[in-house]
Design a protein around this ligand. Structure first.
Ligand code: DAH
Length: 347
């Protein structure tokens, strides 16, 4: 290509130059106008051209250079105005983007609802340790020495350190009934407490069982407390929790710490009592254990069983949450998967 042809070709392409930012613009400047750039190169060659031809080439070459300079200037201005408008976007006086708040855990929601229902009829909340001893979890609650709950298969025991002497085994509490014993040992009747908390059992983890879960325990001790009082309180709870139409039924059962003992079913919330997969076709679902506090337990905890009587009940929070939210797999409650947690009430 002759020098004229190259000038003409470059002249045609001047408007194809594009630059999105200052760095790209600088690349273009280097390519064409810097010392070794294509146009500067043409000036180099121009020097060697015979005098008589110079006039015909010099004028277009100068025009070409001007064209490139003004195109680069134009691009520079465009980039400048884009950058300026980007700066405007960063308005430091603007309020921050809305912060996404976390949700309440479904088990917390259910626990709070249970506590709220009972606090309306005078129950206060009591607390106790999760790492407990055999005495508070079993002995004081009338468990026989050979009771299977004391077996390693059912309960997590805390190993002794070398040379450690203990009067009683230390373990992870298997039920919140242990808080009952602490309250009875420390308070005088009338006692009316609710004890929510986490409990542990040596179970294989599956969709239907976990090695830890949550319970809420209730205890009422006063003069003349009867089974009828227990039944009324539980009916009140069931209606508040699951709706006015909910029915309850009490079935005889056995717990070492209550006599008589019962298990309470509510009419199935899912099928309305007609029978479905959840209630295994019976129309009823079991939600708690309860009974009159065994006189042996009262006496062991320093309460005169000739003067006082009381009732107790204990329920699983996961079970109630399942009924309310139809969660099929128990493991979801402890996996902290935000896709699960997001579905419940947000803060
Ligand atoms: N502690 C029992 C359990 O974990 C539940 C229970 C049953 C608690 C009857 C009570 C009760 O207070 O009276 O299965």
């Amino acid at each position: 290509m002759t020098i004229q042809e190259r000038i003409a070709a470059l002249g045609q392409h001047v408007n194809e130059m594009k630059a999105a930012n200052a760095a790209e613009l600088e690349q273009l400047r280097i390519k064409y106008l810097a010392k070794k750039g294509e146009i500067s190169q043409l000036y180099e060659e121009f020097r060697a051209i015979p005098k008589e031809e110079k006039a015909a080439i010099g004028a277009p070459l100068n025009r070409l250079k001007q064209l490139y300079e003004s195109r680069l200037q134009e691009l520079k201005e465009q980039i400048g105005s884009v950058a300026a408008s980007a700066e405007v976007k960063e308005d430091l006086t603007r309020t921050p983007d809305p912060i996404v708040l976390g949700g309440r855990h479904p088990l917390s929601l259910v626990r709070e609802e249970i506590v709220d229902i009972f606090s309306r009829i005078g129950f206060t909340v009591a607390d106790g340790p999760e790492v407990e001893d055999d005495r508070h979890v079993f002995s004081l609650l009338n468990f026989a020495p050979e009771h299977p709950a004391r077996d390693m298969q059912d309960t997590f025991f805390i190993e002794k350190t070398e040379g450690e002497q203990r009067e009683t085994d230390v373990l992870l509490r298997t039920h919140t009934s242990s808080v009952q014993t602490r309250v009875m040992l420390n308070q005088k009747p009338p006692i009316r407490v609710l004890c929510p908390g986490r409990v542990y059992r040596n179970e294989a983890i599956s969709a239907r069982a976990h090695c830890f879960f949550h319970q809420v325990e209730g205890l009422y001790i006063d003069k003349n407390v009867s089974f009828a009082d227990l039944r009324e309180v539980l009916l009140y709870f069931a209606k508040e929790m699951f709706g006015e139409d909910t029915k309850i039924r009490l079935r005889p059962s056995y717990f070492p710490f209550t006599e008589p003992s019962a298990e309470m079913d509510i009419s199935c919330d899912i099928c309305g009592g007609k029978g479905c997969a959840f209630c295994k076709g019976t129309g009823w679902v079991e939600i708690l254990g309860c009974g009159m506090v065994d006189p042996n337990v009262l006496e062991a905890c320093g309460i005169d069983s000739k003067v006082y009587t009381g009732y107790a009940f204990g329920m699983g929070v996961e079970r109630i949450a399942n009924l309310k939210y139809r969660v099929k797999d128990l493991r979801l409650f402890s996996e902290n998967d935000v896709r699960f947690l997001e579905q419940f009430e947000s803060c």
